[in-house]
Write a protein that binds this ligand. Structure first.
Ligand code: TRP
Length: 461
């Protein structure tokens, strides 16, 4: 077995589909067996398969606290079916009460794909936002903005760049000396995308979830690491019991934390900060609180890991009052990639591998008829041996995109496997479902076209 570490390259064309290994190596949490409120077909079918910290989102929803969703689109080329998966998830989170922010990655698209900003804007509106509207996102709870016209996004990226270096980029992205610097800047801008919705001017401190394909996880690892490195207060489990809060001294807070330039400590300032931390613990209902400025921590013996979110939240607010950024690491969810129609990777630059949302029904039918099949070479063999729905594109596309009915899908699966359903028949089912789906999408696109401007944030109109 190949024991070499996987590197996920968000710009590359190779994609690992060894999802178990991805979960393991990058420390994602599997969603298998986790029941979710009002799940979409992507959740019910295990297509959305893993997450980081999604519990903090579900907890916000349970307790009626605000949370946000942030995702991004690359405005190059046409929108295809694969892109619709993120929209379906954003819509789901929106239904659970989240506000949605969408980054148009026009800077990234310009730097890495040579798309001008003007062209990027046009593509974003005509290809993407018009379909987001058609797919049912609510314009009143969605804000689309452009990386190029939201300075705070770039500023955040710049500020946080200070807390990472090329060695880390090498480890995360596999960069080397030949790497174009646009690829160094793009992740930092994406860090700004992901973190800025929690700034006071953009909705304030609240958990943010980022639904993405697993190819984007490197950006999330980077962002979560950077957010944590800026934090002024650390929380960890005490070796005895409960939680420990300690200070994390940086240039930005050395003065507030009473760390004098000559290396001495202003005890009064330290005592003041510790009393603020104690006050927070009291505010959360704890009474047994041991403050030890000398040892550098506040110990809350009866706090459990379940209190961690609330404590962290209050400490981030305190950090903001004291002048820090107070950034909460984002949550994320990951989906599997649908196979390309030819059986290889789905790619906008290879039209035969995917259905574009503007394809007409004739093109849809033609592509499905030619799609890679999981059936046997002859009808006789198929009847005898059965087919393999796991690699049958027509089946896969019904599962990922076109068929809402789980029972019907299960029936197709087992009859294909047993050989009673032929490959051509599976394709016919898929053509019917796809035609209906596309017809509906195109109708909705006409009906919602007038809403497109309403999706744009006020700084992006
Ligand atoms: N890099 C993403 C892509 O290639 C686009 C993107 C930009 C994005 N900013 C984002 C995705 C923030 C998720 C979150 O498609």
């Amino acid at each position: 077995m190949d024991e070499e570490a996987l590197v996920i390259d968000p710009w590359g064309s190779a994609q690992s589909t060894d999802y178990d290994r991805i979960i393991q190596q990058f420390g994602l949490t599997s969603l298998e067996g986790r029941s979710l409120p009002n799940p979409t077909k992507l959740h019910r079918r295990g297509i959305v398969f893993a997450h980081r910290d999604v519990e903090q989102i579900l907890e916000a929803r349970r307790t009626g606290l605000p949370f946000g969703v942030l995702t991004g689109l690359m405005p190059s080329g046409q929108m295809h079916l694969g892109h619709s998966m993120v929209v379906e998830q954003a819509k789901w989170f929106q239904g659970l009460g989240g506000d949605v922010t969408i980054a148009v990655a026009d800077l990234e698209s310009q730097a890495t794909r040579g798309v001008s900003l003007a062209k990027g804007r046009e593509v974003a509106l005509e290809e993407y936002v018009s379909h987001y509207a058609a797919l049912g996102l609510n314009p009143e709870k969605t804000n689309v903005y452009f990386q190029s016209t939201r300075p705070v996004v770039q500023r955040l990226g710049f500020q946080l760049g200070k807390r990472t270096n090329l060695t880390e980029f090498e480890a995360i992205y596999g960069f080397n000396g030949e790497t174009n610097l646009a690829h160094v800047q793009a992740p930092l801008v994406q860090v700004g995308d992901i973190l800025h919705p929690q700034l006071d001017d953009f909705g304030g401190l609240r958990p943010i979830v980022v639904p993405v394909g697993v190819d984007q996880d490197p950006h999330l690892r980077l962002t979560r690491g950077l957010a944590a490195k800026t934090n002024w207060f650390n929380i960890k489990a005490s070796s005895s019991s409960g939680l420990l809060v300690s200070l994390s001294v940086h240039d930005e807070n050395a003065d507030v934390f009473g760390q004098l330039p000559n290396g001495r400590v202003d005890r009064e300032k330290v005592a003041n900060v510790f009393s603020m931390v104690v006050e927070i613990a009291v505010g959360l209902g704890f009474s047994d609180i041991v403050s030890s400025p000398k040892q550098g921590h506040v110990h809350i013996p009866s706090a459990t890991s379940r209190d961690k979110h609330a404590l962290q939240f209050a400490l981030l607010n305190l950090e903001r009052r004291l002048g820090g950024m107070g950034l909460l690491a984002p949550s994320s969810t990951y989906h599997h990639f649908a196979v390309g129609m030819t059986g290889s990777k789905m790619s906008s630059s290879q039209p035969k591998t995917t259905l574009f949302l503007r394809d007409d029904l004739a093109a849809v039918e033609k592509k499905i008829k030619r799609a890679f099949s999981g059936g046997q070479a002859t009808v006789e063999e198929h009847r005898r041996l059965g087919g393999n729905p796991d690699i049958d594109v027509a089946y896969q596309y019904m599962m990922y995109f076109f068929e809402e009915n789980d029972a019907f899908l299960a029936e197709l699966n087992s009859s294909f496997r047993s050989g009673t359903l032929l490959a051509g028949e599976m394709k016919q089912h898929c053509i019917e479902a796809a035609s209906q789906w596309m017809t509906n999408l195109h109708e909705m696109r006409d009906q919602t076209a007038h809403l497109v401007p309403e999706f744009l944030a006020s700084d992006s109109r």
